[in-house]
Design a binder for this molecule. Structure first.
Ligand code: COA
Length: 258
């Protein structure tokens, strides 16, 4: 069905592989279109409870937007290109179902931005992160100036974006860009383990924490106000009843997402 990505549904987890290993999984327009369709599947397919985005091959998660597509673009076309990226990455960020990045190698430019649009990141020991756009006379255009600053703080974000230097997995862990660093062979295992745990939690509540956490980055939205409303809305769910009852009865809760 797809040319440039591969997808696989296993135990309610949708694995999305960017699949251009000979080009370091660079994001060309076709990948972006197919990624958008895969994210649509995450939104609409009831069998899918969560997703993992990763790269095929051993070297790269995604080494950026496809530089070969930059050569002929006008400034207006540059804006259009970035807008498409903004839309897809925001859909990832706004997904009510958890989407995590399993970073299996280079995550540069648009690759780092893709990883940052996910709800959180797990890195293999060989992962490398960077925003090298200044080396090309460019700046991050898929939300990186905003998300990197939010994740690692302004000083470190500016250093990364101004030098274009890469950081390794351990530095990314120390800086708060990733949550775990694991051996390459354990990357999908660790991702699966975390998502299976989240699957046992109340899905509507999980969706609401995503929404409220995203509000922090959204100027013009009062995240505290949103938290009040989302907190209140939990009381209208069967899951909260079940969760509270299960706690009192000292048993595990069984959530139905209602
Ligand atoms: N866009 C288009 N093609 C890319 C690419 C990108 N972002 N990143 C890698 N490729 C291609 C290379 O051109 C090369 O293609 P070829 O075999 O047809 O010549 C192939 O992928 C392998 O890359 P190569 O550079 O030979 O591998 P390497 O191991 O020496 O270096 C990187 C790996 C990731 C360090 C290096 O490819 C790189 O710096 N890529 C660009 C990163 C970047 O600037 N990203 C931001 C873009 S805005």
């Amino acid at each position: 069905m797809y040319n440039t990505i591969k997808t696989e549904l296993t135990d309610n987890i949708f694995f999305i592989y960017i699949n251009r290993p000979d080009k370091m999984n660079a994001l060309n327009q076709e990948v972006m279109k197919e990624l958008a369709l895969a994210i649509d599947e995450v939104y609409t397919n009831k069998e899918i409870k969560s997703a993992v985005i990763t790269g095929k091959g051993e070297k790269a998660f995604v080494a950026g937007a496809d530089i070969s597509e930059f050569l002929t673009l006008s400034d207006q076309q540059g804006i259009e290109l970035a807008k498409k990226g903004h839309v897809v990455f925001k859909r990832i960020e706004d997904s009510a179902k958890p989407i995590i990045a399993a970073v299996n190698g280079f995550a540069l430019g648009g690759g780092c931005e893709l990883a940052m649009a996910c709800h959180f990141r797990i890195a293999a020991t060989n992962a490398r992160f960077g925003q090298p756009e200044v080396n090309l006379g460019l700046i991050p255009g898929y939300g990186g100036t905003q998300r990197l600053t939010a994740l690692v703080g302004k000083g470190k974000a500016l250093e990364m974006m101004m030098t274009g230097d890469m950081i390794n997995a351990e530095e990314a862990l120390e800086w708060g860009l990733v949550n775990y660093v694991v051996a390459p062979g354990d990357l999908l295992l660790k991702s699966t383990e975390l998502l299976q745990k989240i699957h046992t939690r109340a899905p509507l509540a999980v969706a609401r924490v995503i929404k409220c956490a995203n509000a922090v980055l959204n100027n013009g939205v009062d995240g505290y106000e949103m938290e009040l409303n989302e907190f209140g809305a939990c009381f209208a769910t069967k899951d909260l009843q079940e969760g509270a009852e299960a706690f009192i009865q000292k048993r595990a809760a069984s959530f139905i997402g209602e």
